[in-house]
Design a protein around this ligand. Sequence first.
Ligand SMILES: [Fe+2]
Ligand SMILES: [Fe+2]
Length: 193
Amino acid sequence: MHTDAEKVRSHNALVDLLQMAYSAEKAAAFAYQGHAGSVKSAEQKAAIRQIELDEWGHRHEVLGIMQHYGIPVSRYYELRFHLIGRTISGACYVIGWFMPYYFAGRLESGNVCEYFRLMHYFHELGITEHDQALYDMGIREKEHEVYFLERIKNRKALAWFERLFAWGNRKSLNDVDLEAKYSVERSEAYCRK
Ligand SMILES: [Fe+2]
Ligand SMILES: [Fe+2]
């Protein structure tokens, strides 16, 4: 008989995705520090600051799941995402107003499915106890995506960026629709493509 911890630790894709999500949340939080610092509007600063706090919360939540199964933090991902986060944070001050919003939205769009893929992996092992937490994090990333898209959806540049980077008004990197979202129980149908 294998314990849940042994099953989880031997699921390489699950372990890797947990470690990556944990470290990538730090990169996102760092990036939003620069983003909030670089925008002028007090209202936008406050909204981005709140999103940064959400990301620190996610990092804490993911760490709790990792510790539950004895999964170590990846020193490689920690370093890599530290550098990525700091670089993006600094770049926010020099690349103008539009691009930080665009790439934040695109990044969030991809993050949504990370949490639903984690749910899929846990379900492969018969573990459902993290469904609510993973669902809440995935949906929150979708809310972040929508927030950033709302800020830029009427900008002329968006059409060009959408063509180049496959994200914008029409294209998303996930299939979550906040207007008609699934329940936790049905949500494992997300991100199957
Ligand atoms: Fe997050
Ligand atoms: Fe986010």
